[in-house]
Design a protein around this ligand. Structure first.
Ligand code: WT7
Length: 658
């Protein structure tokens, strides 16, 4: 390292606050610090600012209807169509020939869709779905990787008012079946396979296996042919080749259906404390207005930007910030099929250079991987088009933040560290890049109009510097409306903890721990429930546990998250073999297979430790915290409340050996 470099590193390391660069502020969408007060004073009417970014077929009468809290309704009386908002209106505004989606395939092929072309594809697929018999309010499941047909199918569903339920392509056959069963979904769009690190992955076999677990009749399955000759496969009677089917509807258009603001736009399943995934319901008006608003205010997106969110559309980040928010604003959204290190570790920076990406949004786990690979990869490319960087999904440590700031942003791009959840629909806690000072490691203040606080277990606001729990005391337009077919679980999971039902004061509890500082900046500490965050993906430990105990020869299991250099957290399994079974490599392998089969490779255990006993309190609860400390290699705390303290040392010794 040169002396100059070393000085720079030293300065960066000490710096705790960063002001947004002047060059950014000069052109930012939101620059008036008065916006916080303005939103507070005009709440809830302030949210008209978000609704104004959307075209309504029918104007709404009421901004917020809170008569049946916490079943809040937003922009009631309003009618709109999400696909019209993301496509037609931009074409009508003379932007037909501007790029909507720039797709980059892993093998190097590219596809570019102008707004006009994307609209035509969406129209044809909407006509196809109708032709199959899909009606308004039928849930269509989309089990697809990062190929253009995924956003096309989402927008086609939105066009005819059929809610979509996207299942991440990396999820297992079981996970597909569970979600189709829960949503009573009779239609599925999938593909034959896709490429990962140059290899053709079979997706259709996994799909078919999943379909065997669907309890109701599935009317039709549409299969995109992504692999061509690279994968031979046959289609069952109710399965259709995407291209052949769509060819019958060539050139057709479908009038976008006017949906009530509160009609469901989509379902997205996510993990919680119990084994059953939760079907988070998002509606049309509030969600679209909120994602458009946050895309504009936080990501600073404008129509002429080339914006890239390097997430997967199978998660909420991709729904809100690859598809709905950016396309509602008429911008160009880049979509990449593959992995960041294929064929080389500079793949992403090559794409930034090729397309002149100006806004880039990713997850801390990716940034930690970039750091590990080294600055020489971004240095090979011209990244000067970048204007703003974002992160989402898990806490970012100040070192990774500063690396991102310096080596990707060249100290010229603000970073927005955006805290939110599948349930919140859009960003909640983050700096506004044209206004606020950034503090690496801290997400920032709640967005204007978002009443987030950090409170103690009893609900009192904590003092600066103290740890507590995040709560949100007022509703917001992008919030989930309920859990699909389960209002009771909706109340129990999110509202019971801090609300006062007698006085009808409802407080949302996201189940995150946090600290707050003197400037009301919130630092997220992580989940406080049995959910772990692996590479920015939410996994329920109970789901993994039930997969492990489902394995022949395993009597009991505890699953915890342990620290991991790149993934943030990784999955650790502690299991008790059944009598008559050996704690050997074969049993370990089957335990791992059990997890892969029931969830997918993202949940793959880092380590499986067999033990004759699990550490339990006198009341019989597994002491997960101790297991977490063992997995993370931390100093072990007090074990005196355990019924079986000796077991902890035994497990720790075993882990050290392995
Ligand atoms: C959980 C939500 C939001 C889309 C991706 C994940 C954690 C999210 C941050 C952040 C610290 C974060 C929280 C949250 N999280 N963003 N900027 N800093 N933690 O969505 O799967 O619903 O997970 O991710 O723990 O509760 P999700």
């Amino acid at each position: 390292m040169s002396q100059e470099d070393a000085n720079l590193e030293a300065r960066l390391e000490e710096q705790e606050a960063f002001d947004p660069p002047e060059s950014f502020v000069e052109q930012a969408n939101v620059t008036d610090p008065g916006i916080y007060e303005e939103f507070e004073e005009n709440w809830p009417d302030c949210w008209e600012r978000a609704a104004d970014l959307i075209s309504w077929d029918e104007e709404y009468d009421t901004v917020l209807e809170d008569g049946d809290a916490p079943f809040y309704e937003w922009f009631t009386g309003g009618e709109l169509n999400a696909s019209y908002n993301c496509l037609d209106r931009h074409v009508e505004d003379g932007r037909a020939d501007e790029a909507a989606i720039e797709w980059v395939g892993e093998l190097g092929e590219t596809r570019s869709y102008t707004y006009d072309e994307l609209l035509a594809e969406v129209n044809e697929f909407a006509a196809t779905l109708r032709g199959l018999g899909v009606e308004e309010d039928d849930v269509v499941t989309l089990y697809m990787p990062m190929i253009p047909e995924l956003p096309i199918a989402m927008l086609a569903c939105a066009r005819i008012g059929a809610p979509h339920s996207v299942v991440f392509a990396g999820f297992s056959a079981d996970a597909l079946a569970t979600r189709m069963n829960s949503a009573d979904s009779e239609y599925l769009v999938t593909c034959d396979g896709y490429y990962r690190r140059g290899d053709a992955l079979d997706h259709i076999s996994k799909t078919n296996e999943g379909l065997e677990g669907v309890e109701h009749e599935v009317s039709d399955v549409v299969v995109v042919d992504r692999l061509g000759d690279d994968l031979e496969h046959s289609l069952a009677d109710n399965q259709h080749d995407y291209d052949e089917l769509v060819a019958d509807y060539e050139g057709e258009t479908v009038e976008p259906v006017s949906r009530d603001a509160e009609d469901m736009l989509f379902l997205m399943y996510t993990s919680g404390t119990t084994g059953q995934p939760k079907g988070v319901k998002h509606t049309t008006g509030g969600y679209l207005a909120y994602t458009a608003w946050t895309s504009r205010a936080v990501l600073d997106i404008e129509a002429d930007d080339t914006y890239w969110c390097a997430a997967d559309i199978g998660w909420i980040t991709g729904h809100s910030y690859i598809v709905y928010g950016p396309l509602a604003l008429g911008t160009t959204s880049v979509m990449y099929e593959g992995t960041p290190d294929y064929p080389e570790k500079d793949r992403l920076w090559q794409i930034v250079e090729d397309y002149g990406v100006d806004i880039f949004y990713t997850a801390p786990t990716a940034i930690r991987a970039f750091m590990k690979w080294g600055k020489e990869y971004p240095e090979k490319h011209d990244l000067s088009s970048l204007r703003l960087l974002g992160t989402v999904g898990e806490p970012i440590n100040p070192r990774a933040w500063k690396w991102y700031y310096k080596h990707i942003g060249n100290e010229e791009c603000p970073i927005v560290d955006t805290w939110w959840q599948t349930e919140t629909g859009g960003m909640m806690i983050t700096t506004l890049p044209g206004i606020n000072t950034m503090k690496p490691g801290s997400a920032g203040p709640p967005l204007p109009g978002i009443d987030a606080r950090v409170v103690s277990a009893s609900g009192e606001e904590v003092d600066a510097g103290q740890a507590g729990y995040v709560t949100v005391d007022k509703p917001w337009p992008g919030m989930l409306r309920t859990l699909y077919n389960n209002d009771e679980r909706f109340i129990n999971e999110y509202w019971r903890e801090y609300s006062d039902e007698e006085t009808d004061e409802w407080v949302y509890f996201p189940e995150d721990g946090a600290k707050i500082d003197d400037d009301s900046y919130i630092t997220i500490l992580g989940r406080v429930d049995d959910v772990i965050n692996v590479s920015g993906h939410r996994l329920g430990t109970m789901e993994i546990e039930s997969a492990v105990v489902g394995v022949d020869g395993i009597a009991e299991a505890a699953v915890v998250g342990g620290d991991h250099e790149v993934k943030g957290e990784a999955v650790y399994v502690y299991a008790i073999p059944e009598d008559g079974y050996d704690a050997d490599a074969e049993l370990e392998e089957r335990a791992v297979e059990g997890v892969l089969d029931s969830i997918g490779p993202i949940a793959k255990p880092e380590d499986v430790v067999f033990t004759p006993e699990l550490p339990k309190t006198r009341s019989g609860k597994i002491m997960r915290r101790l297991l977490e400390d063992i997995a993370s290699g931390n100093e072990l705390g007090n074990t005196s409340t355990l019924r079986n303290p000796g077991v902890v040392d035994d497990i720790a010794a075993q882990v050290e050996e392995s």
